[in-house]
Design a protein around this ligand. Sequence first.
Ligand code: AMP
Length: 391
Amino acid sequence: MSDTPNNNDANNNDAVAATEQPTVRFADFGLAPEILRALSDQGYVHPTPIQAQAIPVVLKGRDVMGAAQTGTGKTAGFSLPIIQLLMEHANPSMSPARHPVRALVLTPTRELAVQVAENVKAYSRHTPLRSTVVFGGMDMKPQTETLRRGVEIVIATPGRLLDHVEQKNISLGQVQMLVMDEADRMLDMGFLPDLQRIINLLPKKRQNLMFSATFSPEIKKLANTFLTDPLTIEVARSNATADKVTQVVYKVDDEHKRDVVEHIIRQRALKQVIVFSNTKIGASRLSRHLEQRGIKASAIHGDKTQQERMAALDAFKKGEVEVLVATDVAARGLDISDLPCVINFDLPYNAEDYVHRIGRTGRAGASGDAISVYSDKDERLLSDIEKLIKQ
Ligand code: AMP
């Protein structure tokens, strides 16, 4: 991972120094003992570069525009200072009024929401701060009950959050911190109007943090609209692929793609691999093909229910499923560490998705392989990717 901190701000001097000194520890940030205990439960000692940069700046109350992909540790980068800043409000009271929503994290997908929520829960476990996650595709009732009991940190997908707002299950009038995670994907998925509606419900005075894997003109515009004098923090050049990921492409005939992927999985004895397909039907077919040949595979895509997706992810994490065949939307935000390899069964239509996909491997400093198969008709897609990553 190449760190090219794009900070031209005096406030960030500590942060720049922090990335240059690998000996920086979480204990150096002045975090509450309850938080440090939770970090030690997780076995984390040293912050990742984005954490080293973001934590001091967020603690100072600054707005942040973070250019960071999943896998960089960005979740703790925003969660830890949020929990720290909310510690002054932490209380064990049973009264909902004592637990208004103070921090709101918006994510594009249910999977990412769940993952962020798990992180926040883990880091705040020794504090009385409450957190919860709300997303669509699930019964609203249990979410409603939790919201009504009062909760300081809410992680949500935009649509479901607005449903709860409409039903008056949640009031956003005391939100002091807003996080827009994977903002680029929220735009891609058409959430801009929802974001706008949500932001209109928040107090004007608040701290805003925005994270995005890519830095398109649209994202810059969004940042200009919603952030106040943000500090830009960048780890891994925008649109750059992780340096530790070895990338290989194989040109094959269309009709042999499934067999080639099967061969790669067998030959490399891959036991945990995500294979990306551009279409739901392609994902299902490939998964069936592999299963018929004795490879434990499962497909996740937008036609699967939330329960099915979670079950597949769970089985994958436990090793019961070795190959997860996924579409981009379904795979987005999946927190799977130590993934040694990703395979592109199809080259993505959108070259930036290539960067997201291969970001699944080579995380947190580990090395990884990204293997792509393509056929004649995908030449243009390949050249788009090569142009984007300049390789
Ligand atoms: P994220 O980019 O937030 O999805 O985090 C990527 C992975 O790195 C997650 O599995 C985290 O649990 C893990 N992680 C985050 N921060 C650290 C850290 N400081 N030390 C070790 N692992 C970490």
